[in-house]
Ligand binder design. Structure first.
Ligand code: ING
Length: 303
């Protein structure tokens, strides 16, 4: 069997006043703990270097550009890239990306996948952006990802690695089954994702327990229905008074959550994953070639 230790680094609250350097130092601490457990891969959260700034209303790019990274690795990321290469650990890192393409400044909610030897395997730019572009006028409930990020323009790529084929997505993407199915059809056998999920906002009156329930439901369904391992890393806790759920987890291709975080702080979870488990499920119950009938799936393929 192809066994490989995977880790997930849950990050507790990052406040507006916290420097990127201090936050990267926390990520490096968790990288070292994961190394101690024999992990060769680690998943960090979405927008892992700063507070979840899309909760705030900014108009002037000069006010929100400090939250973004330029260059890969950016200066703030460099110490993490260096330590991961030194320890021989591959990683998923979520960050706010600012890039100039064809003379236009563009901003994305991005994740990067880096191999244990330090090679950058590729990037993903968040496609399902929740919330609004314009403020709703209630500071407790603002969720302005459509204001600060463009819809991702890289599709849903899958990357070959020495641990298998890895797909990435980000936060709200996990609520849409198409996200995982498209990558599973491209051969993904491991999914890595980070998230920042506020306990309020979006559906104002939704009971808080549903936030964790829908998070877990989305991941366990995705894992089972695509015969893949799913690694999910929260940035969570109360950031300047705004609470976000924890529940970072590793889900087996059987759809069972095999380990999850118990705090809303910095916490490393890990599991010795048997990658052949997914291979078996994709050869049997979810043998796409044998059992899927795309000729009947019309609306799903419509724009
Ligand atoms: N956050 C949330 C998420 O999808 C959300 C937004 C919360 C949508 C609750 C629906 C219900 O987990 C991000 N960053 O996408």
């Amino acid at each position: 069997s192809r066994k490989e230790v995977f880790a997930v680094a849950q990050l507790g609250a990052v406040h507006l006043k916290d420097s990127k350097q201090a936050t990267v130092a926390r990520l490096i601490e968790m990288l070292r703990e994961a190394h101690g457990r024999g992990a060769r891969w680690i998943t960090f959260p979405e927008l892992a270097l700063t507070t979840f700034f899309p909760r705030y209303v900014y108009d002037d790019p000069a006010d929100y550009d400090p939250f973004y990274e330029e260059g890969l690795p950016s200066p703030a990321m460099a110490p993490l890239f260096d330590e991961a290469r030194r320890l021989g650990i591959g990683f998923y890192l979520g960050y706010a990306e600012k890039v100039t393409e064809a003379g236009t400044v563009r901003r994305f909610n991005t994740s990067v996948l880096v191999a244990p030897n330090g090679d950058i395997l590729g990037k993903y730019r968040k496609i399902h952006l929740p919330g609004t572009k314009d403020p709703i006028g209630d500071p407790e409930f603002e969720h302005l990802e459509k204001r600060y990020f463009e819809v991702g323009n890289l599709g849903f790529p899958v990357f070959k690695s020495d641990a298998g084929r890895i797909g990435m997505c980000i936060c709200n993407d996990r609520r849409w089954p198409e996200t995982f199915r498209v990558m599973a059809l491209r051969g993904a056998e491991i999914f890595m994702l980070g998230y920042n999920t506020p306990t309020r906002n979006i559906h104002h009156n939704e009971p808080v327990h549903l936030r964790e329930h829908h998070h877990r439901l989305s991941l366990e369904s995705a894992a089972y229905q695509n015969g893949a391992w799913v690694m999910s890393a929260a940035k969570c806790g109360s950031e300047d008074g705004f609470a976000m759920i924890g529940g970072s987890s590793i889900v087996a291709p059987t759809g069972e959550t095999v380990t999850r975080a118990v705090s809303e702080e910095d916490e490393v979870i890990s599991f010795n994953c048997d990658l052949d488990l997914g291979a078996y499920i994709r050869r049997s119950v979810f043998n796409f070639a044998k059992h899927r009938r795309p000729e009947h799936y019309g609306p799903i393929t419509a724009q």
